[in-house]
Design a protein around this ligand. Structure first.
Ligand SMILES: [Zn+2]
Length: 57
């Protein structure tokens, strides 16, 4: 069974319901990065997103 990489933006930005789910970690991080920049005006590093926000489900 494939693992999914799940990122729930609500954990990072209160009130945001954005959720990313992808079987590809690189894709999940890329999407998360773009969302953080476009929607929240924050620049997050891959490492920051991976270690703090990404969960494997
Ligand atoms: Zn968000």
């Amino acid at each position: 069974m494939a693992q999914a990489h799940n990122l729930d933006c609500e954990a990072a930005a209160v009130g945001c319901r954005f959720i990313i789910q992808s079987e590809d970690e690189a894709e999940a991080i890329e999407l998360a990065k773009r969302h953080m920049r476009d929607v929240h005006g924050k620049d997050c590093s891959d490492e920051e997103l991976r270690s703090e926000h990404l969960r494997i489900v």
